[in-house]
Design a protein around this ligand. Structure first.
Ligand SMILES: [Zn+2]
Ligand SMILES: [Zn+2]
Length: 259
């Protein structure tokens, strides 16, 4: 059994709760510490109930709460091997473990995906428990066959749908920042996420969470409509064949259950 609850998602911070029934894992802790505690409390959890924090990469929107968290609670941290030295500089009383391949946290097995992102190292992850598999890939700039293969076996995926290209191009960001976001080491656009969804139709994926939306260069509606249109172009009906959720920066009520 796997239960997945996106807590915070977007440029201001990211954090997802993954529960197997015997272990509780946070994927990233990049939003405010207090808000994270509150979100856990509303799910009857406290920091000491979290068995591990798995870090995707070293950018602040993924690790911002870790200094405060590890000062209060010595939760083990798992991070890509190339960035564990960086993470250790921000950690107080926790052990930091290298990730350089598949590993297990209790009854959850974890596989890695190498993202294309302007970090020292960025991983997407697949969490498998029993027959349930969930993958999260955000902070990556290109759609590849390898990405499709990684996501394909999962029943649920969290996929970056960062920006609407037109909004980004017309927006107020500097030329350099626009180029960074649009580059192969930047973030997936709505159109790129839609391309991934087209490639996934007909497979196992029944639930899609669109994640890491830009507050300035995207809207929930644009991301959702782009995904639904992509599914429809492959004959899949949203709400029937595949459910699509858009993760919010601040408030997320949805919990996805995989048996
Ligand atoms: Zn990043
Ligand atoms: Zn990010």
């Amino acid at each position: 059994m796997l239960k997945i609850s996106p807590l915070f998602s977007g440029s201001k911070g990211n954090c997802t709760l993954i529960q197997s029934g015997s272990v509780n894992v946070l994927l990233d802790a990049g939003f405010g510490y207090r808000a994270t505690i509150k979100a856990l409390q509303s799910r009857s959890l406290s920091p000491k109930d979290i068995d591990a924090i798995v870090v995707s990469h070293e950018h602040t929107d993924h690790v911002g709460a870790i200094p405060m968290w590890t000062r209060q609670t010595p939760t083990p941290i798992y991070a890509p091997k190339l960035i564990t030295d960086l993470i250790r500089q921000r950690v107080y009383f926790s052990e930091v473990y290298d990730i350089d391949g598949s590993f297990c946290i209790g009854d959850i097995s974890v596989d890695i995906f190498q993202c294309s992102h302007d970090a020292a190292c960025c991983f997407g992850y697949k969490f498998t428990c029993g027959d349930g598999a969930f993958a999260s890939v955000t902070d990556t700039g290109i759609v590849t066959d390898e990405l499709t293969r990684f996501l394909y076996p999962c029943q649920a995926v969290m996929l970056e749908s960062n920006h609407d290209e037109d909004m980004l191009k017309r927006g107020e960001y500097s030329y350099a920042l626009k180029q960074r976001i649009l580059s192969a080491c930047g973030h997936l656009s709505n159109a790129q996420a839609a391309e991934v969804l087209r490639r996934l139709t007909g497979g196992n994926v029944k639930t899609v969470v669109l994640a890491h939306l830009s507050e300035n260069n995207n809207t929930h509606e644009l991301a959702f409509n782009s995904a639904v249109a992509a599914l429809a172009s492959c004959g899949a009906v949203e709400g029937k064949d595949v459910c699509v959720y858009v993760a919010d920066q601040y408030n997320n009520e949805v919990t996805i259950c995989l048996d």
